[in-house]
Design a protein around this ligand. Structure first.
Ligand SMILES: NC(=O)c1ccc[n+]([C@@H]2O[C@H](COP(=O)([O-])OP(=O)(O)OC[C@H]3O[C@@H](n4cnc5c(N)ncnc54)[C@H](OP(=O)(O)O)[C@@H]3O)[C@@H](O)[C@H]2O)c1
Length: 333
C-alpha cells in the first residue's frame, strides 16, 4: 500500500457528531527523518474522550485542531525508523491518530510486548489507559480497602468492567450500573459482579436502594447526570466518590448543571474527587505484566474489541460518531 488514509477534523461538532465533522484525506505515507519512526496502524481505540478532544472548551489537553488528524490511541508496528529507540517490526502504542500510517518522534509512544496472551488489542484495553484509569482511579483516588463495597457506573464499558474486576480481586462487593438486561447479565454471570442495576429498566432510585441496602464505600462514576445524582444517595459513611468521566454529558449543547443530591456528601462525610489518568504517568510502569499491578490487570477480562483501523472501509466517521456513547466492543468490524 502506498497511500495513507486519515480522518481529519473538518468542523467542531455541535451536539451529536455528524459525518460532515470529519474529512477523509489520502496522502503519501510519511518518511522518517532523524529521530523519527513510521508506524502502520493495526488497532485504534474509539473512546468517549475523543468527543471532548473535538471541542474547543477548556480541558486537560489541547483540542484537536480543525484540519488536523483526529487524535486517537493506536497500536501498530514500526515500518521504518531513524529513531534510536524504535526499530522496524517493533509493536508500539501511542497517540498516533485515526490514520493508517503515522510519523512519530516517540513522544507519548512506547514499545509493547506482544505474546499469545498479551495481544495488541489488550494494550488498548486492560493493559492500556483504560486499565490504568480503572486501576489508579479505584485504588489511589477511591482508596478502596479490603472488603469494602463499590458501585461503578458505565459498568459494562472498558473502564467499568476493569474497575469491577479489580475490585473483586480486592475482595470488594461490587455493583454495576449498565444499560439493558444483557449487559447486566454479563456483569454478574461473566465478570463476577455481585449485582447489576439496569438504569434503563425502571426507577433507578428504587433499584439502587434495593440492590445496595448497606450502601457503598466507593462510587466510581463514569457517567454523570442522573446516574451520578442517584448514586450519591447510596453513600456509606466516609465514602469516596471518584469522578472519572461524564459520558452522558459529552454531546450536551448547554452547560451541564451539578448534581442535586450533593448534600449527601455532607451527610455521609464523603468526598468527591476528579482525576485524569495522566496524573499517574510517573507510575505507568506498574503496567508491566510481571509487576503486581500488571498481574492484577492481567487477571481481568477485556470488554472491548478494538476496531481494526480504517482497514477496508471508510466507516470510521460514523463509528467515531458513536464513540462517545457506545462501548468500543460493539464497534468491531
Ligand atoms: N479520567 C480519566 O483519566 C479517564 C480516562 C479514560 C476514560 N475516562 C472516562 O471514563 C468513562 C468510561 O470510558 P470507557 O473507555 O469505559 O468508555 P466505553 O467503553 O465507551 O463505555 C462507556 C459506557 O458508558 C455508558 N453510557 C453511555 N451513555 C450513557 C448515558 N447517557 N447514561 C449512562 N451510561 C451511558 C455505556 O453503556 P450503557 O450501554 O450501559 O449505557 C458504555 O458502556 C468515560 O466518561 C471516559 O471519558 C476518564
Amino acid at each position: 500500500m502506498s497511500e495513507n488514509r486519515q480522518f481529519r477534523l473538518a468542523a467542531r461538532p455541535d451536539g451529536e457528531i455528524k459525518d460532515s465533522d470529519f474529512e477523509l484525506v489520502t496522502e503519501s505515507i510519511p518518511k522518517p527523518v532523524d529521530n523519527q519512526f513510521v508506524v502502520a496502524t493495526t488497532h485504534i481505540s474509539l473512546d468517549p474522550a475523543m468527543r471532548g478532544w473535538m471541542s474547543a472548551a477548556r480541558s486537560y489537553i489541547p483540542p484537536v485542531k480543525v484540519g488536523g488528524v483526529m487524535r486517537a490511541l493506536v497500536v501498530g508496528r514500526v515500518t521504518a525508523s531513524r529513531h534510536p529507540k524504535f526499530a522496524p517490526g517493533d509493536w508500539v502504542h501511542g497517540p498516533f491518530g485515526v490514520q493508517e500510517y503515522a510519523v512519530s518522534d516517540g513522544l507519548g509512544a512506547y514499545r509493547i510486548e506482544v505474546t499469545d496472551r498479551l495481544t495488541p488489542a489488550s494494550y488498548l484495553g486492560v493493559l492500556g489507559l483504560t486499565g490504568l484509569t480503572a486501576y489508579f482511579g479505584l485504588l489511589d483516588v477511591g482508596r478502596l480497602r479490603q472488603g469494602e463495597s463499590v458501585l461503578v457506573s458505565g459498568a459494562a464499558g472498558g473502564v467499568g468492567t476493569a474497575v469491577g474486576q479489580i475490585a473483586k480481586i480486592k475482595d470488594a462487593i461490587v455493583f454495576g450500573v449498565a444499560g439493558g438486561p444483557e449487559k447486566c447479565r454479563m456483569l454478574v454471570e461473566e465478570l463476577g459482579f455481585d449485582g447489576a442495576i439496569d438504569y434503563k429498566g425502571g426507577d433507578l432510585h428504587d433499584a439502587l436502594r434495593e440492590e445496595t441496602p448497606d450502601r457503598v464505600d466507593v462510587f466510581f462514576d463514569n457517567v454523570g447526570g442522573v446516574v451520578l445524582d442517584e448514586g450519591l444517595t447510596r453513600l456509606q459513611h466516609g465514602a469516596r466518590v471518584v469522578l472519572c468521566g461524564a459520558v452522558s454529558h459529552y454531546n450536551a449543547r448547554e452547560p451541564v448543571g451539578g448534581p442535586g443530591n450533593y448534600l449527601a456528601l455532607l451527610v455521609s462525610r464523603a468526598s468527591m474527587t476528579g482525576f485524569v489518568v495522566s496524573d499517574f504517568a510517573i507510575r505507568y510502569q506498574e503496567r508491566s505484566p510481571s509487576s503486581p499491578a500488571g498481574s492484577t490487570r492481567g487477571a481481568c477480562a477485556a470488554s472491548r474489541t478494538p476496531w481494526r483501523a480504517i482497514s477496508r472501509s471508510s466507516r470510521a466517521c460514523s463509528l467515531a460518531s458513536s464513540a462517545a456513547k457506545t462501548p468500543a466492543s460493539s464497534l468491531s468490524s
